[in-house]
Design a binder for this molecule. Sequence first.
Ligand code: SF4
Length: 695
Amino acid sequence: MDGTALPETRSTCPYCGVGCGVLLRPDGQGGLDVRGDPDHPSNFGRLCSKGAALGETVGLGERLLTPKVGGKTAQWDDALQNVADRFRDTIATHGPDSVALYVSGQLLTEDYYVANKLMKGFIGSANIDTNSRLCMASSVAGHKRAFGTDTVPGTYEDIDAADLVVLVGSNLAWCHPVLYQRLLAARKARGTRIVVIDPRRTASCDGADMHLALDPGADVALFNRLLVALDDAGATDPDYLRHTTGLAEALAAARADAAAPTGLPEAQIAAFCDLFARTERVVTLYSQGVNQSTRGVDKVNAILNCHLATGRIGRPGMGPLSATGQPNAMGGREVGGLANMLACHLDLEHADHRAAVREFWQAPALPDAAGLKAVDMFRAVGDGRIRALWIIHTNPAVSLPEADAVRDAIAGCPFTVVSDITARTDTARLADVLLPAAAWAEKDGTVTNSDRTISRQRRVLDAPGEARADWDILAEVGRRMGHARAFDYSSPAEIFREYATLSGVAGQFGRDFDISGLADLTDAGYATLAPCRWPVTQTRQGGRFFAEGGFFHPDGKARLIPVTWAPPAARTGPRFPFRLNTGRVRDQWHTMTRTGLSPRLSAHLAEPFLDIHPADAARLGLAPSDLARVTAPTGGAILRARITDAVQPGQVFAPMHWTGETAPSARTCALIPAACDPMSGQPESKAAVVAVSRF
Ligand code: SF4
């Protein structure tokens, strides 16, 4: 080093769906200095603890550096040919639906695009799903029911401009901290009121005006009460309702639901409804507490009903906003990387949509029906219907519900490929072929955050050993499976241009997702691409949707959906008397592959735990820091008891980060039943039933 500082490079944080911009400066010794990008529209320089510690998480420590076949180091050529041959042979013998890809919201859009094209266009199966199924599938289905497309109507600027922000099933302070900081700044500037709706008292309640500690799963009942109250108060908007249908039916269902239990005092419900009715600028921001439910789609639509009925959508400071968990959950939705979607918000079930994509890709076949969603996919692995499986950047042996059964299913699969940056995951240990992938800061591509802003991730470090970018690995397998021309990519910029061109085809079908204005980006233009919110066409960039209607159903109108309350699928009883809620902690991310490398982050909450109410702890003889045995119908765990009235009597909470690698007795997802929303396929990760005893 000559003492001259290397220049900073703009990139995007790889963790949550806020999508904060970062400035990266290699330290010349393999490390990185990281600071918030003051010019990025998502964070304006702010970072949370995880983003600020990114520099501590790069390095060679845990990395997978070479391909491995059967546990032995292999050449790339042999490993890739092995994957291509086994997939081709399995398809030839058992058909295209005997293979599957299970991918991740950690993938960049270009990686996702190639994976989806390979599976749907050239293997001819829709068996590609993603861990985003665990995150926001219910929002997707709710958006499509109400709007006709999976459209996020608003933007982060609405948080700045709202007079009331309702957080539903969201611990924004810990899970999307920079958005929470933005909300607190708005509160300071304009006195924004904050209501938190969550069974648990979380850090997000600290700055709230009201905390509604509703019963787990009671969201539909509460928002039905709100819809009725808005109607009774004359707060619906007749002018806006011209753009909708279904108010009468939705109101009838809501009125019939009036006796559904919420667990809340009537006075508190009335105060919340009154505040909502009196405040024009309302944002309802919701997250996994809504989505991760067997009634997740109905919960989403119960929220959307209230915004549509009052016209509080698409205007500054108004609208529903789904906070996605992962950096590119939105990008995955956009490329169609879920089993029930086609690319660019086109629909798998529409023959004309399929024909257009097939012609664009020059693909031999496109499936005409949805593939297996995540939970069903691993059931099919377990019962032998899926015989070749490729898992990319995710750890389903830990993170899916009934995780012990999922682990056993993967172990029994005839052929499993895992692409990841490390071999030290519960899933990677089960792989027949391990492929070393480039990590964040070692690869180029784009991600889309929760408010439709597309940002670049940029390569500033060399990938270690023989690690390669995911798009490159996937394209190489596509070529070796006989599709040389379709996967003849030489750069992520080339893939992005193809994707942007395809979105123009989708635009011709009147779909919302259109970035055809970026289809002619040069390599240099892609290299310097600034954050931009879609749509990006010749005539429009970004903005909000639906202020003047313009929905994507054939009649151009939104649908208010009649919904009624139902309890969570698993019922408490004498054997399993506690309701288990699961979620994130402030300083860890997913299964800790990256954040677990930072001592600073690990110091926040160093071990897995179980939050339990003092009355329950006393009855069970549990003292602070005792070990608690937690038993569910599907598995067990041993967790450190934390006695706190942040959880209600009869309820317990456990974080989901620890794995068989980091805490073998604390695989929380083994406690969660594989009960899913029938429309979205999203599992109910926040309402398991368990027994608790002193260990
Ligand atoms: Fe990264 Fe999310 Fe934190 Fe922003 S809020 S720095 S995107 S983890």
